[in-house]
Design a protein around this ligand. Structure first.
Ligand SMILES: [Zn+2]
Length: 239
């Protein structure tokens, strides 16, 4: 959303957009925005679901895990965000969710295919997998290892745990989480039906990264999710 808004507002909207997109895992998972003054990341406080995150429920967390602003407890997995941002100066926002499509797909240990547009940002090379642990990423060493697995990619799957996506802003990071999870989900559907037999080749997928998954595309999709959030239109998660 608009980058002139405060980082706390941007972070709150990013979390709410993830709720609209069905990434809820009760109160777990988080989207963060880099602090423009270099103090750390703006991250939702622990104990709130994505759709419950307001500006007042966002904390400024330092790379050492200190809460520098805001009220509430920080999530244990803050190093996912701080270590990726340390390793990737181009990244302004990070998403970590336990979206079920990504988790189920990662368990198959098969390459991601461009069954639809959704996968084209995560191919050539195949979306990386972080396999050092599926446990919580609670210290800088594990966070740095995750950042290394991510490399220059737009996202990484963590088998047995979830996904992480990045972007220059909240719109890009959130939309990539939405696209990656949906790509996984769509391929799972194809596999269940006995396929996939055909998919977009890597050359055409590269071209689609320029024609389909543009910054304007990411912004338009994200703005839609934020509009839905502002209208309180969150999906029933079946919890
Ligand atoms: Zn997690």
């Amino acid at each position: 959303m608009a980058e002139h808004e405060s980082p706390a507002r941007q972070a709150a909207e990013a979390n709410q957009a993830l709720a609209v997109a069905g990434h809820a895992d009760m109160v777990w998972g988080h989207a963060t925005v880099r602090d423009p003054e270099g103090r750390g990341v703006w991250m939702k406080a622990a104990g709130w679901a994505f759709e419950e995150v307001t500006d007042e429920r966002v904390l400024l967390v330092s790379p050492d895990g200190d809460v520098l602003a805001g009220e509430g407890n920080r999530h244990f997995e803050y190093p996912i965000h701080t270590e990726i941002m340390a390793a990737r100066p181009d990244v302004g926002a990070v998403v970590h969710s336990h979206a079920t499509g990504a988790v189920a797909f990662a368990s198959l240990d098969v390459p991601l295919r461009a069954v639809s547009h959704d996968a084209v940002s995560f191919l050539d090379p195949d979306v990386p997998r972080f396999t050092l642990t599926s446990n919580l990423i609670t210290d800088a060493k594990l966070g740095a290892a995750l950042a290394e697995a991510l490399g220059d990619a737009a996202g990484v799957l963590i088998p047995g745990h979830g996904l992480v996506t990045v972007g220059e802003n909240a719109a890009a990071a959130v939309m990539r989480a939405v696209l990656l999870n949906r790509a996984c989900h769509t391929q799972l559907q194809a596999i269940q039906a006995g396929g996939p037999a055909v998919w977009t080749c890597e050359e055409e997928a590269r071209a689609k990264r320029e024609t389909v998954v543009t910054p304007a595309f990411l912004a338009a999709g994200y703005d839609y999710l934020v509009r839905r959030a502002r209208a309180g239109q969150f999906p029933i998660t079946g919890i």
